[in-house]
Design a protein around this ligand. Structure first.
Ligand SMILES: NC(=O)c1ccc[n+]([C@@H]2O[C@H](COP(=O)([O-])OP(=O)(O)OC[C@H]3O[C@@H](n4cnc5c(N)ncnc54)[C@H](O)[C@@H]3O)[C@@H](O)[C@H]2O)c1
Length: 252
């Protein structure tokens, strides 16, 4: 057991099951001594969240301002102070990940942006008042925000909004010594990823083209999350760090 995060209260949002990226980050943070607070969306996700032996578990549907307010009030009451937040939440309607992007509905566009990008703004607003000792907030993004990945569609647009939000939030929260960064992850087989039409192709292409010649793992993401959550990254904010075996640097 390491001590990188000992005595740190870390909130991890978006554990669905053992394949979730959030799951790997919880494991990594627990191994470094963190007190973990987990949120799950609804009763359906509760059994997965319960398996991780977290210090606390709260329900929070990120589309509900009431749930978000209740969450941070509960954390304040129980812990007083929060040191880190990991935001691993995204959603788009199935049809918007299956049809051509040009057919995205007004409702589907707003929904994806609300759950996948605005939610980070709402979470930062709730968290900052109890991050009184400074700290680190991280979110998960994908390079479909920078380049066209056929099938990623509205999620690419949402991730672009998320990454820009990271920069504005980093500016707003910096005076409180709260850092905000994103990890741009290579493809990982999770329930959300399976909703993307071309996910199999995305997964197969990366090891062929990326410098490291392999797909990434939950552990790779957990390690970078530890760096960003801990004082090892004390001078880093507003960044998007790619953890994708280097795939994003390739032109061909
Ligand atoms: N899997 C990949 O290939 C990949 C690559 C890059 C980035 N990401 C990002 O990583 C993050 C985690 O996704 P994952 O791949 O681990 O999939 P996942 O399905 O395991 O996790 C997605 C989570 O979002 C939660 N969520 C969705 N709507 C919600 C709502 N209204 N309220 C609260 N929670 C809600 C789900 O409950 C789930 O826990 C997402 O932001 C995703 O876009 C994933």
């Amino acid at each position: 057991m390491g001590t990188l995060l000992s005595n740190k209260n870390i909130l991890v949002m978006g554990v669905r099951n053992k394949w979730s990226i959030a799951w790997g980050i919880v494991k990594a943070a627990q191994n470094e001594g963190a007190n973990i607070i987990i949120t799950y969306q609804s009763e359906r996700e509760k059994p997965g969240a319960e398996q991780l032996g977290a210090d606390s578990i709260f329900q929070c549907d990120i589309s509900s301002d009431e749930d978000i307010n209740n969450l941070f009030a509960s954390i304040k009451e129980k812990y007083g102070v929060l040191h880190g937040v990991v935001h691993c939440i995204a959603h788009a309607n199935t049809e918007d990940l299956q049809n051509d992007f040009v057919y995205t509905s007004r409702e589907g566009f707003a929904h994806a942006l609300d759950i996948s990008a605005y939610s980070l703004v709402a979470v930062c607003r709730g968290a900052k008042d109890i991050m009184t000792e400074g700290g680190s907030i991280i979110t998960l993004t994908y390079m479909g925000s920078e380049k066209v990945i056929p099938g990623y569609n509205i999620m690419g647009v949402a991730k672009a909004a998320l990454e820009t939000s990271v920069r504005y939030l980093a500016y707003d929260l910096g005076s409180g010594n709260i850092r905000v960064n994103a990890i741009s992850a290579g493809p990982i087989k999770t329930l959300s990823a399976k909703g993307v039409k071309n996910f199999g192709t995305i997964l197969d292409t990366l090891p062929e083209k990326a410098p490291l010649k392999r797909n990434i793992t939950q552990e790779d993401l957990g390690n970078t999350a530890l760096y960003l959550l801990s004082d090892l990254s004390s001078g880093v904010t507003g960044e998007v760090i790619h953890v994708d075996s280097g795939y994003n640097i390739m032109g061909l």
